[in-house]
Write a protein that binds this ligand. Sequence first.
Ligand code: TA6
Length: 287
Amino acid sequence: MIEHKKLINGFEYIEIKNTSATAKIALQGAHIFEYKRHYGNPVLWLSESSDFEHMKSIRGGIPVCWPWFGTPRALPSGRMPKDESLPQHGFARTAMWKLKNTNETDANSTEVTFSLSHTPESLKLWPHRFELELHVIVSDTLTVELKTTNLDDKAFLITQALHTYFDISHISHVRVKGLDKKPYFDALSMKEKIQDGDIIFNREIDRVYQDVYGKILLIDKNRTIKIQNEGSSSVVVWNPWVDKCKRMSAMKPSSYEGMVCIESANAFDDARIIKPNESHTLKAMIN
Ligand code: TA6
């Protein structure tokens, strides 16, 4: 079943239900803000104090960070837009997307595709003509594909992320496996480092890992979530911990205890150049 729904303030989303799972996806940002299988806790974390407001990104779920991840300063040197008033994580996550296609494939699986194209406003922020599609398959696995097509007559460069917030029992119970020996950029010390063993959380972590091709495991007390990416070799791991959490919008002071972000990305050295009439797809499979 696919239903179009609206919050009291007019915020529109679609609700998907099948025999495997339920999901909710907002038209603003093509933002998946709920994904639950019919057993266990929700897979995605959503802040209790999240705003569902026009032009404000939802805190939780899967924000689509595009056409840049972080600040535009994070683009590789020589290619960085200078204007730091540009929005953090790009403009796609607060733009209004179109629902392009829906398909109730079978009782266990539903597919939907959202699309976004350049507008006079987007061209002021980022001077390129494009088509962006988010294809989502809601089943026992949540599959998310973000396809960028260059409609311009010159190549452009993107960085991007599916900035997934995972729901966890408690931050002190989880560890992240699959990144051992991987090089990473530590956004807190601004240094390049190498991961030693699994990641455990006992302080703020904000890192961009490179050369990641295998499965990543988020191991919690009573469940393990697996993340497999394609068209990507970078992964961001983030938990704001105590102090940053207090400063974050749409988070309660204790929110950091119940979430961790493991983001499927093309960030920093994994930026992609897309030629005219060519496409690049970033894909995440979560189960
Ligand atoms: O991906 C990690 C990160 O870039 C952090 O530095 C953090 O502040 C964040 O994403 C959340 O950003 P936002 O713009 O959604 O508040």
